[in-house]
Design a protein around this ligand. Structure first.
Ligand SMILES: [Zn+2]
Length: 466
């Protein structure tokens, strides 16, 4: 039978141009709006026992790839394996091969899934999947861990389990998903691992996509925490922690997701500072929040925390636990906590708060405004300097003064206060100077604007429209 072939590649570290996908989520190849699935929910693949010898680390990794999909919450599709002694493959032999081979031009890809579909003549052939071959590129350096000790990074060696889960996603019909966090993202490390054991499993969006193609089996709930964020289309990176944490509100980013079959309407999250990357409820609690998360969602959010004086200064990892009270019975309770990969140094000093008032924020030129920074403060010391960028090219100092804006315009004022620990705080404000003329002529004689105004007997300033 005639087939058309599609080659799906996973690239190492550089972007690939693919047609932009819908704003929502997982992407399927479609035949007249019908998802191009296999005809069956159980498809046999034939991994090569030459590439993946029994007892080898590669064998363990290849097994973990299919287990990751076969045990995904609420899914019905299963990969069956029947190991083959062959070390070659053919793209049109109706055998679904999985192997490491150098007889393919990868064009820089880590691995490829070569798919064959039946002709798209819905409803006659329906464009269903006909064959899928998954090939790994031996030109790269691979490591085969199933639960790596650290989240996979974008550099060599590449994790075969993570790449294999991605390729098996193609092998049952998913395309690249670059709009949301997903294992089907087109660039390694995709969206990384889940939880503090660095589980290599498909993300919420991928599992949701599987269920969309092959149906949902029962109810399964699974929330997870992740240290990655989506940095650009199809690309992800570790969330970075602020390097210094003062005794004042500081923003941290965190990610979490929902692999389950339900839209969760009430998900609690607690935030901690821990001396190691293993987060437990006995670490220093620094905040909590609640969220709703639809099935398939992965979100990155920001929380502002303040480290109280009861937490000693030192080096900490910021972490969080999703559903910390275990209100939600989950298929996997082991992926709910995680800590950022980079540490934060908590110090005892607190930066000053910049604050000022101004007598007015708009008027006609010349507009004289009185600025007063007496409301600025420093909780653990004193303010030693005030520096003002007046927005008109003038830099001023001092805690209070009057400043005149001679020309119409929109001025941004920035006050920077510095304390005795050499920490700074800033505050912005604005002044808008309007008028019917473009320029105010500064009187050169006669005592300035006030006397000129008086001499004309006109309360309005005597500027002429141009
Ligand atoms: Zn791919």
């Amino acid at each position: 039978m005639t087939s058309r072939n599609m080659i799906l590649v996973l690239l190492a570290g550089f972007p690939i141009l693919f047609t932009a996908q819908g704003a929502s989520a997982y992407d399927w190849y479609e035949c007249r709006s019908n998802k191009q699935t296999w005809d069956s929910n159980n498809v046999t693949f034939r991994p090569s026992s030459v590439s993946f010898p029994s007892g080898s680390a590669w064998r363990t990794s290849v097994e973990a790839m299919r287990t990751a999909w076969n045990t995904a919450p609420g899914t019905q599709f299963d990969f069956a394996y029947s190991y083959s002694s062959s070390s070659t493959y053919s793209t049109d032999d109706d055998t679904n091969s999985i192997l490491i081979t150098n007889t393919y031009n990868y064009n820089g890809a880590l691995a490829v899934a070569r798919l064959s579909f039946k002709w798209c003549l819905w409803p006659f052939w329906g464009g269903k999947l006909k064959e899928a071959d998954v090939l790994f590129n031996p030109a790269y350096s691979w490591e085969n861990s199933v639960n790596p000790t650290f989240p996979p990074n974008p550099w060599s060696p590449y994790n075969s389990t993570l790449v294999g889960i991605h390729e098996l996603g193609h092998a049952f019909g998913l395309g690249h998903e670059d709009d949301e966090m997903a294992t089907m993202n087109s660039i390694y490390p995709n969206s990384g691992s889940l939880g503090q054991d660095n589980d290599l499993v498909p993300h919420g969006d991928d599992v949701h996509g599987n269920r969309a193609g092959y149906g949902t089996s029962g109810t399964a709930r699974d929330l997870y925490a992740s240290t990655y964020l989506r940095s650009s289309a199809g690309n992800s990176r570790y969330i970075t922690a602020p390097s210094t944490l003062y005794r004042s509100p500081t923003s941290f980013q965190f990610s979490m997701g929902n692999r389950g079959t339900l839209n969760e309407t009430s998900v609690g999250v607690k935030f901690y500072l821990s001396t190691d990357r293993n987060i437990t409820s006995s670490d220093y609690l620094v905040g909590s929040a609640g969220f709703s998360m639809d099935q398939g969602a992965t979100v990155t959010r920001t929380v502002s925390i303040t480290a109280s004086s009861s937490i000693p200064a030192g080096t900490y990892f910021f972490g969080w636990i999703v559903d910390p009270e275990n209100y939600i019975a989950e298929a996997d309770e082991g992926n709910n906590s995680v800590a950022l990969t980079s540490p934060t140094v908590l110090v005892n000093q607190t930066p000053p708060n910049a604050c000022f008032t101004q007598s007015t924020s708009n008027g006609s030129p010349p507009l004289t405004v009185f600025f007063n920074a007496a409301c600025s403060s420093d909780p653990d010391g004193s303010i030693v300097s005030y520096t003002w960028d007046m927005g008109d090219g003038t830099i001023r100092s001092g805690s209070s003064f009057s400043h005149t804006y001679w020309n119409s315009g929109f001025y941004t004022i920035q006050l920077t206060v510095r304390d005795n620990h050499n920490l700074t705080g800033t505050k912005f404000s604005w002044v808008e100077v309007h008028g019917g003329c473009e320029e105010w002529i500064v009187p050169t004689t006669g005592g300035g604007a006030a006397s000129k105004e008086a001499s004309t007997g006109n309360a309005a300033l005597p500027c002429q429209p141009l």
